[in-house]
Design a protein around this ligand. Structure first.
Ligand SMILES: *Cc1c(COP(=O)(O)O)cnc(C)c1O
Length: 454
C-alpha cells in the first residue's frame, strides 16, 4: 500500500467513525466488464455469464408453475419483474429545475413492488428455493428439464417437499421472500428473525404457516443460529445470505431484463451515454448480484454505486480493508442501529465483496433522516410508496455530481462532458407490503424533516 493509499484509507475511516455521509471511490475499480474472470480472481471460481443464463432459464422453466401458484403473476406469465419508471418531478426536487441539461435523466427501478415478496429479495430468494426444489425433484426422478413444471404442484412432489425444511436468517425481507415461496411449494419453512425485523413482517409470515423464530441479536446472529440449526438436520436446507451463489445469480438476472426495458424506452447506454446505478446495500448480496449482471451486459458503460446507512457501512468497511475478512462495523465503534431495517447488517458477504472488488465504482453512506426525506419526496412527487431502506440510493446522483470525490471520478473516467446524456437509475428495493399506518408514520417523519430544513 502506498502512502497516498493509506492516507485515503485513514480519511475514509474517519468519515465512517464520525458517521459523516460521504462517497468513497473504489481504488480497485477496473472500469472493465464483468468478463469470465474465473482463473484470474484467486482460486475461488467466480460466477460468469453462463451461470446467469442458467438462472434465467431456470426461472423460465418455473414460470408456468409460479403463474399457477400466485394469481398476481398470471398477467406476466409467471415472470417476477418490476417496472422502469420515469420520475421527472423527483428529478426536479432532488437535482433542481433544468438539471437534465447538466446531469441527464433520472429513473427508478421499481423493485419496491416486486410481486410475492414486495422487495428485491424476490429475485434471489425465490430463485434459490426453486433451484433446491428442482434438484430434489430431479434426484427423485419425478422431474426432468423437459417436464411441465406445473406437476410440482401435484401431491407426489408436494409430499416430497413436505419432508424438508427450508430455513433462513433475515432482518425481514429475505425471510418474507423465502418463507412465502417455500411454503407455497409445500416445504416447511423456518425464518430466523433479527431484533430489527418489523412485527408486520413476522405476522405476514405466520399467517402463511411459516415458523418465525425471534432472536434478540442482530442479523449476523440470526443467520448463525439458523445455519447451526439447519446443519444438524439432513432434511433442512439453509439459504445462506452471507455465502449463497444461487441467491447472487437470481439477483443478477435483473440485468438482462433491465437491458430490454431500457431498449423499449429508447434509452441508449454506450460510450457516449453512461448509466449510473445507485443500489441500497445490506450484506451486499443483492446489489452485488445486480451489479455483476449489469457489468456483464453493459461493461464499462455502467457505473455501480452502493448506498449504506452511516451506522451499518459493512461493505464499504470491508472494501476499505482488503486484508480483514469478517471485519464488522462494531470493530470501528459503530452500533448498527438504523431505521433502514433491511440494511442493518454488521458484516459484509465475502462473496459479494470478492465479486465487487474490481467492478464496483464506489459506496456512499446515508443518514437515516435523508431516507425519510427521500421517501416523502418520492410520495409527493410521484405517488410511489417505498420503505426507508429503499430510499438509500437517492442521495447518489448528488454525491456523484457535487462531492469532490464524485467529481474526481467523473473527471478521471472522462465522463464529465457526457453528463447531459447520462442515465441515473435509483434502485428502489422494497415497500409494497408496508402496512398503511406504518407508512403514514414514515411519511409524517419525512414531511417534518423537509419542513424543518426550509
Ligand atoms: C435486503 C435489502 C437490501 C439489500 O440487500 P443485501 O443483499 O442485504 O445487500 C436493500 N433494500 C431492501 C429493502 C432489502 O430488503
Amino acid at each position: 500500500m502506498t502512502a497516498s493509499d493509506s492516507n485515503e484509507q485513514a480519511s475514509a475511516l474517519a468519515c465512517l467513525q464520525a458517521k459523516t455521509p460521504f462517497l468513497w471511490i473504489n481504488p480497485g475499480h477496473e472500469n472493465g466488464d464483468g468478463g469470465d474472470r474465473g482463473s484470474e480472481a484467486s482460486n475461488q471460481a467466480q460466477p460468469g455469464a453462463a451461470d446467469i443464463r442458467q438462472a434465467e432459464q431456470r426461472l423460465q422453466r418455473f414460470a408456468p408453475l409460479l403463474a399457477q401458484l400466485f394469481p398476481e403473476l398470471a398477467a406476466s406469465g409467471g415472470v417476477i419483474e418490476s417496472e422502469l419508471i420515469a420520475v421527472p418531478h423527483l428529478q426536479q426536487a432532488l437535482l433542481g429545475e433544468g438539471s437534465a441539461a447538466l446531469a441527464g435523466r433520472l429513473w427508478i427501478k421499481g423493485d419496491y413492488a416486486l410481486p410475492i415478496a414486495g422487495s428485491i429479495k424476490a429475485r434471489g430468494g425465490i430463485h434459490e428455493v426453486l433451484e433446491f426444489a428442482e434438484r430434489l425433484a430431479t434426484e427423485q426422478g419425478i422431474l426432468s428439464l423437459q417436464s411441465d413444471y406445473r406437476q410440482l404442484a401435484e401431491p407426489q412432489a408436494r409430499g416430497l417437499f413436505g419432508n424438508y425444511t427450508v430455513a433462513v436468517g433475515s432482518t425481514g425481507n429475505l425471510g418474507l421472500s423465502i418463507g412465502v415461496i417455500a411454503s407455497a411449494l409445500g416445504f416447511k419453512a423456518v425464518v430466523h428473525m433479527s431484533a430489527d425485523a418489523k412485527e408486520w413482517k413476522k405476522d405476514r409470515l405466520r399467517k402463511r404457516g411459516v415458523q418465525v423464530v425471534e432472536h434478540p441479536g442482530d442479523y449476523e446472529k440470526a443467520v448463525e443460529a439458523g445455519r447451526n440449526e439447519a446443519q444438524a438436520d439432513p432434511y433442512s436446507y439453509f439459504v445462506d445470505d452471507e455465502h449463497s451463489l444461487s441467491l447472487f445469480l437470481g439477483y443478477a438476472v435483473a440485468a438482462s431484463r433491465l437491458q430490454r426495458q431500457l431498449q423499449q424506452k429508447g434509452i441508449v447506454v454506450d460510450a457516449q451515454h453512461p448509466l449510473f446505478v445507485y443500489l441500497p446495500c445490506g450484506v451486499g448480496g443483492a446489489p452485488a448480484g445486480v451489479s455483476f449482471g449489469l457489468k456483464q451486459v453493459f461493461g464499462t458503460h455502467v457505473h455501480c454505486f452502493f448506498a449504506e446507512p452511516v451506522a451499518s457501512p459493512c461493505v464499504l468497511l470491508r472494501m476499505l480493508y482488503p486484508d480483514r475478512p469478517g471485519i464488522s462495523v462494531y470493530d470501528i465503534g459503530l452500533d448498527n442501529h438504523t431505521d433502514a431495517d433491511g440494511l442493518a447488517v454488521p458484516v459484509a458477504s465475502e462473496l459479494a465483496v470478492a465479486a465487487m472488488r474490481p467492478l464496483l465504482s464506489g459506496v456512499f453512506t446515508v443518514e437515516d433522516d435523508a431516507l425519510f426525506r427521500h421517501l416523502y419526496q418520492l410520495q409527493v412527487c410521484e405517488g410511489i410508496k417505498i420503505e426507508p431502506s429503499a430510499a438509500a440510493g437517492f442521495s447518489g446522483p448528488q454525491m456523484l455530481l457535487q462531492s469532490k470525490s464524485g467529481r474526481a471520478y467523473l473527471e478521471q473516467n472522462l465522463l464529465a462532458p457526457l453528463m447531459a446524456q447520462a442515465t441515473h437509475l435509483l434502485w428502489t428495493t422494497g415497500g409494497l407490503f408496508v402496512p398503511e399506518p406504518e407508512y403514514a408514520g414514515f411519511v409524517a417523519r419525512g414531511k417534518q424533516l423537509m419542513e424543518a430544513k426550509v
